[in-house]
Structure formats: C-alpha cells, structure tokens
Design a protein around this ligand. Structure first.
Ligand SMILES: Cc1ncc(COP(=O)(O)O)c(C=O)c1O
Length: 408
C-alpha cells in the first residue's frame, strides 16, 4: 500500500478534534498582541490558554530588549552548532545565570525543551541501565524513553508504592555496571498537581538512583525565587538533573538542564539534539538573560499570578465546578461528558461570552471525562476574572444537564 494513502486512515492522538475542528478546536488563530485580551475569528476574547504565566509576553520593556538585541546581532547569528561555530559568551553567561537561579552549579542550554529532554534522556542511560518514569509524564519524556537503550518501567502516577515496586525490581536485576535514572515532573501540566519529589528522593537511601525532573510549569511560578518545584518542596538538592523550558513563564523558546559540572560537561559532548543542530540565535539568548533577571527581580509578578489563580479557582468552586486540587497555577475544571460536550463548552464560552479556553476529552483523557484547563497569568486582572466567572455561571445549567443525561 502506498504510504501516503495509508496515512489518511491512521488515527491521530487528538482523534476527531484534528480534522473536524481544524481552525477552531485545533490550530485556532489567536490574533493581536500577546496577552489576556486577543482576537479569535475577529471577536474579542479573554484568553486562558497560554502559558505566559508571568505576563512577560506582553511586557513593553521586554519587547524593547527583543528589538534592540535583534538589531544588534540579527536573528541569523551565530551560525552552526555550539560545538562547532555557534558558541558565544552570551550563551555561556546565560548558562551560568540559569544554574545560579535554580541552585545548581552548572547548566546546558537546549534549543527546544522537547527535543532537548529526549536527547538528554537518550544520552544519560545505556543498555545496562534502568529508566523508571511516571505514567503521566509529558510526551517528550515518553519519546525520550523510546530513544533510550535502558530497560524501562513505568509507575502509576504519583503512586509511591507503585514507584517502590519498580525501583526494587530494577535493584534486584541490577548488575555491577547498571545505574538507575528516575524521571518525573515538577508540575503535571494537564492537572497541575506536583510530582511526589520528596517521597521519591527519600527512597535514594534504600536504592541509589539519579532523579531527572521536568519542571516546565514550575520554573518561574513556584518557589520563593521562582526557581521551581524543588525549591517549593524544599528538595532541590535531591533533584540530580533539573530541566526547565523558556516556553512557559519565560515566554520564549529554548530550554536548559542544570546539574553537577561533570554531568553538564558530559551532556555538552553527548546530547545529540544540540551537537547536530544550530545553536539558539543571539537575540533569543540576550532576551532570555534579561527575562531571567527580571523574573528574579520582580517577585510581585509571581504574587499577582497566585492572587489571580486563587481568585479564579475560588470563584469556579463557588459556582459549583469541580476544580481539581492543583498545586500550581494550572486550573483544571473536570466534568463528566462526551467529546461533544467538551466542544460545546469551548464554543459557548467563545461565541456567547468571549472567553477562550481549551479543553480535552477522549482520546486525550479517558472516555467520559472532559477537562477544561485554564491558565491564569500575572497579566490577567479582576475584570477578566469576573467576566470569566460570569460566563462559567451562565453555562453551568447546560453543563450539568449534559452531565446528568450521561449518568441517567
Ligand atoms: C512538561 C513539559 N515538558 C516539556 C515541554 C517541551 O518544552 P518546549 O516547548 O520548550 O519544547 C513541555 C511543553 O512545552 C511541557 O509541558
């Protein structure tokens, strides 16, 4: 069979969302300057779907820095991979600043979080090793696992007994030259709950292993200094390799890992997605340095983010919605229902109330569950929150009717 013909029948992980809702439920175009107020299909929207947690994406000072850095360096420069011709002092300084921020001695920049972490996992373990990861890990960890030569096992989400079982199993099979790498997340991005990092780290006393934490959603949002989930949970020292991306609170592109100097030195020579790829353009690196500095110097942004998060959540709960007990700004509203209900909720909020949210249903989550995910940011204000709560209140009966019909 022709490969291209076969592709037409191959299901996508997004199921009916992919083609039926193109441009609306998938690949929607939010237009106008980035921020909590944007246009969708020419209509004004209050947006709760972008991970610009600290509002940096709409910060005027940052926009100026971006423009100046681009004028100074051009987006082309430097050319080549870091290892060859793409290294600059700016890149090295940013690495030092990132390491300092997340309380680790060294860091390595990654062009993209997704490929970066995949490639880091691939580089870290060999065929004698064991890789243990949480079942709800982000796709980049799952894909990193596919690349890794190690023996893999998965533990039930945040279930310490399940983790122990996999850890003891690996320990019992270990040879002298075997090592164990455990991978989990600081914040699970769909549900907002934190990884059980302290419980996992405690088990290092019984079975030695190294821990890699993907803290994409924790960086900038958690910890007294924004250094993430490890700081928030007071266990940053127990995280052996810390991963953060610029794609969320830093509102940019790029990512990094931070660890001991010997590990970073090894990764710089072995992470294939960096060795064989062009390095980050200088304007990105320059603005990343400024953004990190600004995040560290402006803790009030994080306070505003949390203020907004708590107001939104409390309001949704008061109306009667089931807001999952998220410990991060990610605000998931759970209801029972079909894919159609999920689409109806998104459509009603957009068309009737000018509120833009994203939702997922089967096959992204188990059948019968609808998860509407709101991402509050420091750039939202009280009016955005009030209008959104009014909108959720207005569709409440519709949602309840659909849910009740399902369980009748
Ligand atoms: C938990 C998690 N890890 C990794 C990534 C990938 O990062 P990037 O967007 O920098 O490729 C994401 C999404 O951005 C994420 O949510």
């Amino acid at each position: 069979m022709d490969l291209f013909d076969k592709l037409e029948g191959r299901p996508s992980p997004l199921g009916p969302f992919t083609s039926a809702g193109y441009g609306y439920y998938t690949f929607p175009k939010l237009e106008g300057p980035l921020g909590p107020e944007m246009k969708f299909n020419d209509k004004d929207m209050i947006v709760w779907s972008i991970n610009d947690y600290l509002g940096l994406g709409s910060n005027e000072e940052i926009k100026k820095i971006d423009t100046e850095a681009t004028a100074k360096y051009s987006l082309s420069s430097p050319m080549g991979a870091r290892l060859m011709t793409g290294n600059t002092t700016e890149h090295e300084e940013l690495e030092k600043e990132l390491a300092d921020w997340v309380h680790k001695p060294a860091a390595q920049l990654l062009n993209f979080g997704y490929q970066g972490i995949m490639s880091v996992i691939h580089a870290l373990v060999d065929r004698n090793d064991f890789l243990i990861y949480d079942e709800l890990s982000h796709a980049c960890i799952v894909d990193g696992k596919q690349l890794a030569m190690a023996e893999k096992s998965v533990f039930k989400h945040n279930d310490i007994e399940s983790f122990k079982k996999q850890l003891y199993r690996a320990a019992s099979k270990k040879k002298d030259n075997s090592s164990i790498l455990v991978v989990t997340e600081g914040v699970f991005g769909m549900t907002g709950d934190l990884g059980i990092l302290n419980e996992i780290i405690e088990l290092k006393k019984e079975v030695p292993f190294r821990l890699l934490v993907d803290d994409a959603h924790g960086l900038g949002t958690l910890g007294h200094d924004g250094s993430g989930t490890g700081t928030q949970l007071k266990c940053q020292d127990g995280i052996d390799i810390y991963f953060g991306t610029f794609a969320k609170a830093v509102a940019l592109i790029g990512a990094f890992v931070a660890s001991e100097p010997r590990v970073i030195e090894f990764l710089k020579a072995n992470v294939r997605s960096q060795i064989f790829a062009k390095s980050l353009p200088n304007p990105i690196v320059v603005t990343a340095r400024e953004r990190v500095k600004m995040i560290r110097n402006n803790p009030q942004w994080r306070e505003k983010l949390w203020d907004n998060t708590l107001k939104l959540r409390e309001g949704l709960r008061k109306i009667g919605y089931n807001v999952l007990p998220s410990e991060s700004p990610v605000t998931p509203v759970l209801t029972q229902g079909s894919t159609e209900l999920c689409q109806d909720i998104m459509r009603k909020l957009r068309e009737e109330h000018g509120v833009f949210v994203s939702g997922v249903a089967y096959p992204v989550v188990p059948r019968g569950i609808v998860l509407i995910r709101l991402i509050p940011t420091a750039a939202h204000n009280d009016e955005h929150i009030e209008k959104t709560l009014d909108a959720f209140a207005a569709i409440k009966d519709f949602v309840m009717d659909a849910t009740n019909k399902l369980s009748a």
